[in-house]
Write a protein of this length. Sequence first.
Lengths: 333, 333, 333
Amino acid sequence: MKRFLDLADFTREDIGELLALAQRLQDHPEPQALAGKILGLLFMNPSLRTLASMQVGMQRLGGTSFVITPGQGTWQLETRLGVRMDGAAAEHIREGLPVLASYCDVFGIRAFAEGKDLEADLTEQQFGAMATLIDKPLINLESAANHPCQALADWKTLNDAAVPTTGKLVLHWVTHPRALPLAVPAAVLHMAAHRGMEVVVCRPEGYALPPALLAKARAAAAAAGGSVIETDDRAVALRGAHVVYAKEWGCTTAYGDAATDIALRAQLDDWQVREASFNTAGANAHFMHCLPVRRNVAVADEVLDGPRSLVLREAHNRLVVQMAVLHRLLAPR
Amino acid sequence: MKRFLDLADFTREDIGELLALAQRLQDHPEPQALAGKILGLLFMNPSLRTLASMQVGMQRLGGTSFVITPGQGTWQLETRLGVRMDGAAAEHIREGLPVLASYCDVFGIRAFAEGKDLEADLTEQQFGAMATLIDKPLINLESAANHPCQALADWKTLNDAAVPTTGKLVLHWVTHPRALPLAVPAAVLHMAAHRGMEVVVCRPEGYALPPALLAKARAAAAAAGGSVIETDDRAVALRGAHVVYAKEWGCTTAYGDAATDIALRAQLDDWQVREASFNTAGANAHFMHCLPVRRNVAVADEVLDGPRSLVLREAHNRLVVQMAVLHRLLAPR
Amino acid sequence: MKRFLDLADFTREDIGELLALAQRLQDHPEPQALAGKILGLLFMNPSLRTLASMQVGMQRLGGTSFVITPGQGTWQLETRLGVRMDGAAAEHIREGLPVLASYCDVFGIRAFAEGKDLEADLTEQQFGAMATLIDKPLINLESAANHPCQALADWKTLNDAAVPTTGKLVLHWVTHPRALPLAVPAAVLHMAAHRGMEVVVCRPEGYALPPALLAKARAAAAAAGGSVIETDDRAVALRGAHVVYAKEWGCTTAYGDAATDIALRAQLDDWQVREASFNTAGANAHFMHCLPVRRNVAVADEVLDGPRSLVLREAHNRLVVQMAVLHRLLAPR
């Protein structure tokens, strides 16, 4: 294993082994496993869980890390090829990334979607350009249309909660003051399908997930014995769900058009998970969200703070599974 | 010892033990005492000494740390309960804090006063709400009305300088371009009283310390054989002082009212500690300040740079005593 | 060796030993050499290579570090002596620096030129004032008119590329949207002269290097058997060069006058290193730049990405030589 960029690169057996390694490291800490190893972290966008858990993951395994945040103590980074750099960015990724990679043993990049060109974002043009510049083990810490660390943590969280691999997971669109990227919905959709689940994407008109994401998930579902459907009927979607996974994302029919998106979501304030709607999923349904979440916009306090919420477990599992990824990438076998 | 939130939670014997531990760690370093332990640091406000000394404290004991600074590479954190989060803050402390705490072994929070509602600040409403979310050992790195690490460092500094426990300490208001929080004056006032000193709070009209702070300090003084009085007569206050502890704080009679505060302090430019006034305290008096300090506004260069200034010792003692706190919270006994 | 502030403080033998130590640490890592040692880093200005490589340098030798970035999570620092601090800066270097130095075992400062008063910058008034406040081993991480870590890395890069010590190095002015400091040109000019090279400074009218810098370099060249000349004739300068070292710097005839500088460089867009001009240096010439570099403003993509470019090697050598400096300053001998 040289890179951890997309959960789709790994078979269900691979993932089972990673999750077993995660569990082993929880049960039997290895505080010197990565002694002397250095993780370089490049954050093009804000972070709380990823920033903290990646640093802690190395620390718990005896390694260390450094963090570079362009625009905050570091030059702005240019990512476009061939451009005449007479703007705000003082440094190009073509130098910056190989240099940083040359200092460390493993590298992690967070680079959100640009949110302008759907095709560019879905094909990971920016992250792909960055990844080709790194000749060290590389971890995707959230790209335009993927978030494999979140997906792996969520898979473990589903296992921890004993959610059947054939259980029903509703990926439930919820509202937000502005358009958010497709990274988490894409990653969770594929993860649940890859796990063999009955996946229902429940979203209003204008927010259908792009065909490429659905096709990828359906291929995974077909191989695993699961299914993927989309609907805008919340009542039908929630019925019998084992898991309601709430997530915000931007309008896909007018991708990158903030005015249209805002106009659309002005009618969608009730796309919030509240106790009443959540209850239709059944008394044993679990609530999931990747965090951060806007309380009483996307999800009501009573759901987040209720006993069926797995959000803290998910966030803690970020650390747990990332330790397994770091261990697999770096520890001698 | 599970938490270090207020020096008032500790008896004089407890404090004596902590200071003895601090001295022992200075004399006999324990570079592996906290090996494998991780400190999570949340800075809601700027810091220099606290930020550096907490990281170094862990490093000197063989542990590590990570730093989260909301708004700088991390989401803004919402602290109000029940709020509809449609503003700037993307994450609520109700998720953010338990998640961060779940990654580490000990947690430290800096969260200044909001400076609007005196009662809310004095009762530590914000810090209290945060503290309840943390199930790990917790350190107060300055809250609305407390700064126990500063107080403990100052206690050690007084001991180091052989200031008698019954000596006279003048907590001397000095001016500043704007209203500063009550955290340090509250902590120093109580610390000196708890140590048994003759404490004189010397401040102009409008800047009297709130009755609750005085009552708490007087209770400590009564138990320790000391005293606490307030005055606006600088000449009387300084006479015979062993220590002049300069500190800036905001108007308390119109708390949170910047216009009134600015108007009041327009007349108070001479509330600066200068060599001439400091000399009235006697040739052996010490000068203290928690730093940062605005030179030639709050204190004249000649005092800060003079041989009687303890400010660098105080700042260095921050590291020394915090190592003892970390050791007590985390090291096996 | 107590300080690493200027390559001119070291003989060619000293430098040879440092580079040999760097090579030894590359070939035979010493992952515990600086165990328990702490590096304090103060960044008054942005950084990528320096920030990452200094942290990594300590980590690769078993030590640790902390970073303070005034204005980003830390108070703004005042540097002027005797000033009444009623502006933005909340803390003075006279307290801030000794306090930070008291926490660590070695200290590094980056403090760019103020860019207003040439004499003040050339005589390192600001850095000099800061250096006197530090009683620990100290490293200059780029000051107004020096960058010894860059110079040492470049010296190693020249050695690695087997550039003759008597070879021809052209320090080639290139354009940039605004005036940049003299630190790197000053350091590279002196380094190449100190190494014994035939140094040609090639720059347009208005950008001649200050006489003091030339005099210092010529003294070094005289001792080492090299030479230093200036010209504005690019064709003559490039002919037969072993190395073309491109660098941006501000107008020196109207130092600190942004309007004049902008007007001057409006005519200088073609002062960019392109393949065609670089080829006149010969097929075996090397291209160097300290980074960050503005692509297609200062240097064309084809040169930076071509096989003769040493820029990534230079940047990696920053880590390599800084480890030697840290080792020499801190490791027992």
